[in-house]
Design a protein around this ligand. Structure first.
Ligand code: P6P
Length: 332
């Protein structure tokens, strides 16, 4: 059974990127995710780590203590491996420059990250996750990083992935040649290949959307929800929504389902963040044989204009996403 490191080496021919750079990058990600795994798994016991930090983050949301812990864990881990030159995090207003200690060619990676997505679920023991997106810097290594290094289209990602902290801790990623999942064996602190070649199943089964917002949805979204509920062919689909993007996405990737967070009357741009939630999940969706759009445009083609911009988001099996897009046109 491959470890994550062995898998990267075994598949080095599939990537144009330096194996040393990828191994160091994943070493950082694994280190931070193991630290978060440990805290998440005892969150119910240690009062000092669950609940609100009392800080309102850049999103205007009540920052959970574990959010802050996760943010710091990734920042420190990337700094220590000297492989990343800049980080943009949901938890910080501006991007963070990682000073080069040595003249390393490797630290050309730009990382955009949601350190702990769905953290409002921590106190009720529902799966939460880290979402990460990686690019090569565009600016010259002799110059300072610029915001344009972070505002690249999702189609420029060199890799993307997530870690789900649930009944087990699983790291799922793609470097552009398929999607693979690795489960952490906490007894030895090693991630082992457990979900090779993840693809959306051909049969659609699930639709995931917060139907509490039904009154605020567009006609196209309402029509798609009714389509999912009609009795025809392999419908009605099952409704599943846990309010944690990584949890809903991971279940839908394995069982076959669509995830939708559309714009609503109160959130005209949607709720999810383009750079560190939708772009990585869109990259994975396409690598798993699926599709991801804002209901009209391909997510990976959107040119970002600011770090924390939001977008309506739908991802899943190609047929389900295309059917939703069809209703968005018909019901304009
Ligand atoms: P709502 C968590 O806050 C999150 O960003 C995603 O993980 C999740 O899918 C969504 O928001 C849930 O939002 O408005 O349905 O509670």
């Amino acid at each position: 059974m491959y470890t994550l490191g062995e898998f990267i080496i075994e598949n080095k021919g599939c990537s144009s990127h330096s194996i040393e750079g990828l191994l160091r990058l994943f070493s950082s990600i694994k280190l931070a995710s193991k630290a978060i795994h440990k805290e998440v798994n005892k969150a119910g016991l240690t009062k000092e780590i669950i609940g609100s930090s009392g800080i309102t983050n850049i999103q205007g949301e009540n920052q959970q203590k574990l959010d802050n812990f996760a943010h710091r864990a990734f920042i420190e881990s990337f700094k220590s491996r000297n492989v990343v030159c800049g980080i943009a995090s949901e938890e910080s207003k501006d991007f963070i420059v990682i000073k080069k200690e040595k003249k390393e060619n490797n630290n050309q990676y730009i990382v955009l990250i949601d350190p702990l997505d769905g953290s409002s679920n921590i106190d009720v023991n529902v799966s939460i996750g880290t979402i990460f997106s990686v690019y090569m810097r565009k600016s010259s290594i002799r110059m300072n990083l610029t915001i344009e290094d972070f505002l690249q289209k999702g189609s420029q990602q060199i890799l993307a992935g997530y870690i789900i902290y649930g009944s087990s801790t699983i790291l799922v990623y793609s470097i552009g040649n398929g999607v693979n999942g690795f489960t952490l064996d906490p007894s030895v602190g090693t991630f082992y290949l457990s979900h090779p070649n993840l693809c959306f199943p051909k049969t659609e089964k699930i639709y995931s959307i917060n139907e509490g917002n039904y009154a605020k949805f567009s006609n196209g979204i309402r029509r798609f929800i009714r389509y999912c509920q009609e009795k025809k062919g392999n419908r009605p689909y099952t409704a599943r929504y846990i309010g944690s993007l990584v949890g809903d996405f991971h279940r839908n990737l394995i069982k076959g389902g669509i995830y939708i967070y559309p714009k609503t009357a109160s959130s005209p741009e949607g709720k999810l963040r383009l750079l560190y939630e939708c772009n990585p999940m869109a990259f994975l969706s396409e690598q798993a044989g699926g599709k991801a759009s804002d209901g009209e445009k391909r997510i990976l083609d959107i040119k970002p204009i600011e770090l924390h911009q939001r977008t309506p988001f739908v991802c899943g099996p190609e047929k389900m996403v295309s059917k939703l897009e069809e209703f968005m046109v018909i019901c304009k």
